[in-house]
Write a protein that binds this ligand. Structure first.
Ligand code: GLP
Length: 251
């Protein structure tokens, strides 16, 4: 399927981060009370540093912004240094003027995961939906923790992680060993993500080249969750040259 995905190829990860941060800044300037979706992982770290820089040097204000994060490890509380709540505080929230009570990260220690997921969906709807959602991509094409096989209309739920994802997150960047990685997570669904008015997916490095090619030029298929963004009305992939390396028609 020739999808609608807009592709921006940058020379390196620094340029990816700058472009992504500017896209978010433009949305926030146009609508100071924007609802933004955020992601974790190594890929967006530089983008968050750029957003913090725009806040410091150009007065980009997050005072009225509301944020929703894609996912959280099941069983970790927000103080755990590998939790996604901790990651967000560390990389973005404490560096900008966003109000802590306007930042929503699923609670990995919720008493009832089903109610937690339902409340998250309800909250997104009650604030009018997400204006722009930042995503990374797993080596197997996953988005958030929607592993291959996740349905196009899946909603926020408790999911199992694949051995591949557990290995990727215990390669020294995050957890020290696979044994420490939680086996489950709470994750926004593909249907939840697709409802965002605009989507920006970042990919850097040769390790993502197969997933990017499958997502952009492969079939619209649950085998590659990111390919399920092909029919979104406003979806941009910002990738570096290495991540674009397997595309046949890099535009
Ligand atoms: C994790 C996250 C995803 C992220 C992916 C890629 O599994 N749940 O949201 O996109 O990994 O991460 P990285 O950017 O570290 O390669």
């Amino acid at each position: 399927m020739a999808g609608n995905i807009k592709l921006v190829v940058c020379k390196d990860d620094a340029e990816v981060a700058k472009k992504a941060a500017v896209m978010f800044a433009d949305v926030i300037k146009a609508k100071p009370s924007a609802v933004i979706g955020l992601a974790t992982g190594s890929t967006p770290e530089k983008t968050y540093a750029e957003m913090a820089q725009l806040h410091r040097t150009q007065g980009l204000s997050f005072k009225q912004v509301m944020s929703f994060n894609l996912d959280e490890y099941w069983g970790l509380d927000g103080d755990h240094d590998q939790s996604y709540r901790y990651f967000m505080n560390d990389h973005l929230f404490q560096h900008v003027d966003i109000r802590p009570w306007n930042t929503f990260v699923l609670n990995g220690k919720a008493t009832n995961p089903y109610l937690e997921c339902q409340a998250y969906e309800t909250k997104i709807v009650s604030v009018g939906g997400v204006d722009i959602w930042l995503l990374g991509i797993g080596g197997n094409g996953h988005i958030a923790f929607n592993e291959p096989g996740s349905a196009v209309d899946s909603r926020t739920r408790l999911v199992n992680l694949t051995p591949e994802t557990i290995a990727a997150n215990s390669d020294g960047r995050f957890f020290k060993s696979a044994a420490e990685v939680p086996r489950c997570a709470l994750s926004a669904g593909i249907g939840t993500i697709r409802e965002a008015r605009s989507i920006v997916l970042l990919a850097t490095g040769a390790k993502k080249a197969d997933a990017v090619a499958a997502a952009v030029e492969g079939d619209f298929s649950t085998a590659c969750p990111a390919s399920l963004l092909q029919d979104h009305a406003d979806c941009t992939f910002i990738v570096d040259e290495a991540a674009a390396g397997k595309l046949k028609n890099a535009r």
